[in-house]
Design a binder for this molecule. Structure first.
Ligand SMILES: [Zn+2]
Length: 463
């Protein structure tokens, strides 16, 4: 591979002030050699030099929580109570074949590239998220989901997870690591959580979990009440209160010591965030998913007061609709309205803080070094935002223009470790027509399953 030299009207390094007429040089091995004024950045003979013109070059975005294998389910299941939404998604997943998961996951990675996203913290059951990240040259942590609310089946579930993790070994590289994700309090028994934690510790795996996402989950965890409790009991699964909150339960179970990414945290409070921070756990804040599923708003001000690490996640497009971390950053900033002064963790996010949440914040949450800021020695993961759209014109400054005006569609180039993976509507080396055909087939399989599952008798039959 050749060195890559990108220049643009603005470079936003992530740390420090914007650089006018700046450039970034990435060495062939994928790491940044220089960041600065165009005139000061070397131009090695034979490098790939791309002059981006009226654009802002910045660290590529980091999606702290995705389900790439569900890309074919965009907008397919809407306006259902949470338990019914989950059961419908699960029924559709049961109908998808490996090719459908594969096409969905690959399209998710490609959609991410076009949105400036180089890295995903991706949870899934099929293994196709890891395969897509690896094959298409993205960066990420692929978390194998662990699902099994019936404690009597914990051993069998763990054995299957071990086999899945072994299979994912082939996807591991400098860019892609493998993790484990006990899915959520309502899909994981205490025994299974214990086993998953032991497995993570033994194998040195990163951990993520859906945590404190909904009032229904809170009722289950704190009082063994509500729709999740009723549903589990209807399946003959015993349910007991687990503690004062999901985060408190995870602390007692030792899971927080594995420094997990706690996804959602809508019903978590200041004490929960302080617990998380003390153990080095982080939060994946997913404002559009939380709103779309009707859960409410996670308390970013309390996260900031507690000093816990926060990244932004899109969640699956089945919930959130689109992989757009600019939109998530704006929702995060808007969610702070009326939450008190900056000293109290509220007030406002500066445009730089918004962009950092969407890049360095996610990298820190996922425990990735050398990602999220442009500096010598860091990975050459870059995104360029075109500044010529009407919404980005005449802004107070370039960071305001990008943070408040940009959408995923304004991204003109994305690179991962110095390799250009997207440039102005093209994905080098990718047969997009074939990928689209495969995605549309997957979406068709999903839609047919959705139509079948609408029948109440099917819903009643589900185990
Ligand atoms: Zn999720």
């Amino acid at each position: 591979m050749k060195a890559l030299r990108l220049s643009a009207r603005w470079v936003l390094p992530g740390e420090g002030e914007p650089i006018a007429d700046g450039a970034v040089l990435v060495l062939p091995e994928g790491r940044i050699a220089a960041v600065g004024a165009d005139a000061a950045v070397p131009r090695p003979a034979g490098c790939d030099a791309v002059a981006l013109g009226d654009a802002a070059l910045m660290p590529a975005l980091v999606n702290a929580h995705s389900h790439l294998e569900l890309t074919g389910l965009r907008g397919l299941v809407r306006d259902l109570p949470f338990l019914d939404w989950l059961r419908t998604i699960r029924a559709i997943k049961d109908a998808l074949d490996a090719e459908a998961f594969r096409a969905s996951a690959r399209w998710g990675v490609l959609e991410g590239f076009a949105a400036g996203i180089a890295t995903h913290g991706d949870s899934g059951t099929s293994g196709q998220g890891a395969a897509a990240l690896a094959a298409l040259g993205a960066r990420g942590v692929a978390y194998q989901e662990v699902i099994g609310p019936d404690p009597s089946r914990a051993g069998a579930v763990l054995a299957a997870v071990e086999r899945a993790l072994d299979a994912l070994g082939a996807c591991r590289s400098e860019r892609v690591s493998v993790g484990i994700s006990p899915h959520a309090p309502y899909t994981v028994s205490d025994r299974l959580l214990e086993g998953a934690a032991a497995l993570a510790a033994a194998r040195g795996l990163k951990v993520a979990m859906h945590v404190a996402e909904s009032p229904e989950e809170r009722a289950l965890v704190t009082g063994a009440r509500g729709p999740f409790a009723d549903y589990l009991r209807s399946r003959g699964i015993p349910v007991e209160p687990r503690g004062a909150s999901t985060v408190a339960w995870l602390e007692r179970a030792g899971l927080l010591d594995l420094r997990p990414v706690l996804v959602h945290c809508v019903t978590a409070d200041q004490g929960d965030f302080e617990r998380a921070r003390r153990h080095g756990a982080a939060v994946a804040h997913c404002p559009s998913s939380n709103a779309a599923l009707g859960h409410g708003r996670a308390d970013l001000a309390a996260m900031r007061r507690a000093g816990v690490t926060v990244g932004l996640g899109t969640d699956s497009v089945a919930a959130g609709g689109r992989l757009d971390l600019f939109a998530e950053a704006r929702l995060a900033a808007l969610g702070l309205a009326g939450t008190g002064s900056a000293a109290e963790g509220g007030g406002r996010l500066s445009p730089r803080e918004m962009l950092r949440l969407a890049s360095a914040g996610g990298a820190a949450a996922l425990g990735l070094a050398g990602v999220g800021a442009l500096a010598p020695g860091a990975w050459g993961d870059l995104a360029a935002v075109g500044l010529d759209s009407p919404a980005l014109s005449a802004a107070a400054d370039v960071e305001t223009a990008v943070a408040w005006g940009a959408t995923a569609s304004d991204v003109v180039l994305t690179a991962v470790a110095g390799r250009v993976v997207y440039r102005r509507g093209a994905w080098p080396g990718v047969d997009l027509a074939a990928e689209r055909t495969a995605l549309e087939r997957a979406a068709g399989v999903a839609a047919a399953a959705r139509a079948r599952y609408l029948r109440p008798e099917d819903m009643a039959r589900q185990a």
